[in-house]
Ligand binder design. Sequence first.
Ligand code: SPD
Length: 278
Amino acid sequence: MAKSELWFTERQNDHLSIGLRIERVLHSEETPYQSLDVVQTVQYGNMLVLDGCIMTTERDEFVYHEMIAHVALHTHPHPRKVLVVGGGDGGAIREVVKHPSVEQAVLAEIDGRVIAASQQFFPHIASGLSDPRVRVEVTDGIRHVQEHPGEYDIILVDSTDPVGPAVGLFARPFYEAVFRALTDDGVFVAQTESPFVNQDLIRSVWADVRAVFPVTELYLAYVPTYPTGMWSFTLGSKRYHPLRDQQPLRIQDTRYYTADVHRAAFALPRFVAELVQP
Ligand code: SPD
C-alpha cells in the first residue's frame, strides 16, 4: 500500500496557496489571540504557523530576520536601544544582539504562547532571548510604543499578517506613535508583505509612513515560504538615509545580509517602484 502523505496548505488568497509536505504535527493550540501550530516539514524543517499563516521555518528564517534587523542597524551610526514589536519567536532579537553597540533590546510581544513555543521548538531562533541585554515583555506593542516616548534608537515591527491582532500595526496612528517613541535620529522598519499580492497594503503603509517620517524607503528580500517569495520592508527614519548613511559592516555571522545586499535590497523592480511613487 502506498505510504500516505501529509501536506500543510496555506491559503494565501482566493486564488493562491502554498503547500509543504509535513512529517508530523508537533504542537497545536488556541492561544488567547490566535491558533498556533508547529509542524515538521520535509523541505524547511520545523515551521511556526499562526492563524493558518506561515510565520517562520528553521531553514529560511535567516533571510527575514537578518533583513528586518540589519538594514536599520547599519543605517544608524550607534544604535544603543532597540525595540522589537511582535517577533515573539525571537529571530529579530537574535540578530539585534549581534551588534556590540546595542545595550538594551526590548521585545514587546502580545502573545506569550508564541515565545514559549519558539523556545521549545525553535531553540536556535529563540536563542537571542536569553541574552542579558534582552528584556521580554508580554504586552500590547502598540501600548508599549505609546508609553515610551523618545526612548528607542531603532524600532522593528515584526508583525503577523495584517489581520487579527496585527491590524493596528499597519495604521498611521501607530506610525505616529513609533515616531514619538524614537530618539531624535531614530530608525524604524516594518515588514510590509508581498509586492505581488499586497499592493494596496504597501501603497497605504508607504503613504502613512511618508506622512510621518522625513526619510521613507522600501526594500526587498526573498523568503521562499512567504506568499510569492518576494517580501517587502518599509523603513522610516528621522535623519539617516539607509544608502547615503550606510554604516560599515559591523557583524560577520550572517548568511544573507552583506554590505552589498544592503544596497541591492533598495533596487526595486519597476512594478514595485511604481507602488511607492508619490
Ligand atoms: N505571511 C508571513 C508574514 C510573517 C511576518 N512575520 C513573521 C514573524 C517572524 N519572526
